[in-house]
Write a protein that binds this ligand. Structure first.
Ligand code: ATP
Ligand code: MG
Length: 292
């Protein structure tokens, strides 16, 4: 599978995919496409199947029925080691995947194992760790890192071999808003700008406002409840609520103001400035409401 193939057309295709664990949980008949160079968010409440979907994308799990195609290749027909060349997977808990004695060895692991020369993988480790501001940690034990450092190291470990597709499981869990913004900048710089396809799983609704162009795949109890773009999802606040996702604050305020005064921005995310401007324009009505 030449890598360039993965940088055009469809990067990931789920075709009627179903999957069951022995305890009976099932993903049922999932069909969707993620195009090359696209950023996609897999969203849904706890236990809805987000990690399972990412593991199917990483080739770690194979569908019970249906097919998963990565860059046109059916994951059932190739070994995991082959899939690993094209996919970088950042697990939900970064420490779960660390098994090397130094950060350097952790970051170099996949690149070394898919056959890059020592010269090549050393240069890549240095490049990636400089982007991610972790070059000073290379000789540390991965188990001695702070959570933020560990998350950066696990991204580095997933992208050093230059995969076309990067999968990030709950990347912003436990980060405050400013660290999320910082994280978004890392993703833009280290991942998206290099033309990669990026898939993040999350139930963090802030990602909808931080990545407004993203494709969203919304899961509920293993079924697809939305497949489209953020602008279409945000106009359906009820869909977010019925999937136990609270709309971002600006959207909630807009929906409320729209219902009360007809001044929200239907169908898309309004800026705070826009809301203030519209509120000021209708100050007469607001005055009447306050007085009544
Ligand atoms: N290895 C496994 N064996 C059996 N059941 C599993 C396994 N992994 C996950 N499950 C079950 O499958 C369902 C979906 O789990 P999954 O981890 O995909 O959900 P999730 O949306 O990622 O949840 P979270 O938001 O908590 O990360 C859950 O009911 C979970 O208990
Ligand atoms: Mg999960």
């Amino acid at each position: 599978m030449p890598r360039d193939l993965c940088r055009a057309g469809d990067a990931i295709v789920f075709n009627d995919v179903s999957f069951s664990y022995s305890n009976g949980f099932a993903l049922s008949d999932l069909s969707f496409t993620i195009r090359s160079g696209e950023l996609a968010l897999i969203m849904g409440p706890n236990g809805s199947g987000k990690t399972t979907v990412l593991k199917l994308m990483a080739g770690i799990l194979k569908p019970s029925s249906g097919d998963v195609y990565l860059c046109g290749i059916n994951t059932k027909r190739v070994k995991l080691s082959e899939v690993a060349k094209y996919v970088g997977y950042v697990p939900q808990n970064p420490w779960m995947a660390f098994f090397n004695n130094t950060v350097f060895n952790e970051i170099a692991y996949v690149a070394r194992n898919i056959g890059l020369s020592k010269e090549e993988y050393e240069a890549r480790v240095l490049e990636v760790s400089t982007w991610l501001n972790i070059a000073h940690l290379l000789q540390r034990s991965p188990h001695s890192l702070s959570e933020g450092e560990a998350r950066r190291v696990s991204i580095a470990a997933a992208v050093t071999h230059d995969p076309s597709i990067v999968l990030l499981d709950e990347p912003t869990a436990g980060l405050d808003y400013l660290n999320k913004v910082d994280y978004v900048n890392i993703v833009q710089k280290a991942v998206l700008r290099r033309g990669r396809t990026v898939v993040m799983s999350s139930h963090d609704i802030d990602l909808l406002t931080l990545f407004p162009e993203a494709k969203v795949i919304l899961l509920n109890n293993g079924r697809l409840s939305f497949n489209g773009y953020i602008r279409d999802l945000l106009s359906r606040a009820h869909l977010l609520l019925s999937n136990k996702l609270l709309p971002p604050a600006a959207i909630a305020l807009s929906t409320y103001l729209n219902e009360l005064l007809g001044i929200g921005a239907e169908g898309r995310e309004p800026s705070v400035e826009e809301l203030i401007e519209r509120t000021v324009l209708r100050k007469d009505v607001i005055g009447e409401l306050i007085c009544s």
